[in-house]
Design a protein around this ligand. Sequence first.
Ligand code: ADP
Ligand code: MG
Length: 240
Amino acid sequence: MLELKNAGKKFDSRWLFKNLNFQTQTGDFISILGPSGCGKSTLLRILAELDTLSEGSLTQPANTNPGFVFQESCLLPWLTVSENVGIGISSKTISLSEKQEQVQSILKTVKLKESGGLFPHQLSGGMKMRVSIARALINNKSVLFMDEPFAALDDFIRFELQEELLDYWKQHKMTVFFVTHSVNESVFLSQKLWLFPQGNQQEFKELDLQKKDFHPQQYRQSPEYFRLVTDISDRLRGRA
Ligand SMILES: Nc1ncnc2c1ncn2[C@@H]1O[C@H](COP(=O)(O)OP(=O)(O)O)[C@@H](O)[C@H]1O
Ligand SMILES: [Mg+2]
């Protein structure tokens, strides 16, 4: 279990957030939702232990194996797709053939089985993001940190990648922390939302969306999905 207690972060003397209290169980899919500039990326970096809290505490499970995906695909232009993905394997004891097998298998998962030999400049935006996701997922990651990974993609590709990510999560149940400023995206993807305070609201809120067994492709058309999107948009505007 991960727990944030009275967590606060300041830069110089300005508090970005304060009094944040959240808990999550292993295998949760959590969206961190709030407007630009509220501190979502900073919180994600803190959860990933790339930055530290200014006050309060963060307790997390030991020995996690984290993967990262950012808005930019962050590929190395001089390496092939396969080589870029191989970077995601943290173990140094793995043999070359084992590594190649893992790369091939994850490229298949992200639908790039035939593209391992291509270089980043030969890929579309959606394909670059698929490579970035493959690099993050390879080697059975236990936690995935995603910072607005689909924000720069068009709707067709975005929906496709969201659905594929959900299918993968349903199979593997790694913990996912997903930063977004899109209500639709957060409702579609996650089990829980962490809402940053809006306007004159002072409190961080955690919402459990209580999704039971849902089918990603059908969920987007369901009354339940529309109800949640409306409800949460209203909350964010202080109307509920
Ligand atoms: N390293 C830093 N030094 C000083 N201020 C920072 C730093 N990182 C972030 N900030 C401040 O925190 C604000 C929120 O940052 P960020 O976490 O990126 O927000 P979000 O991801 O929600 O858009 C920024 O607008 C900036 O003022
Ligand atoms: Mg950000």
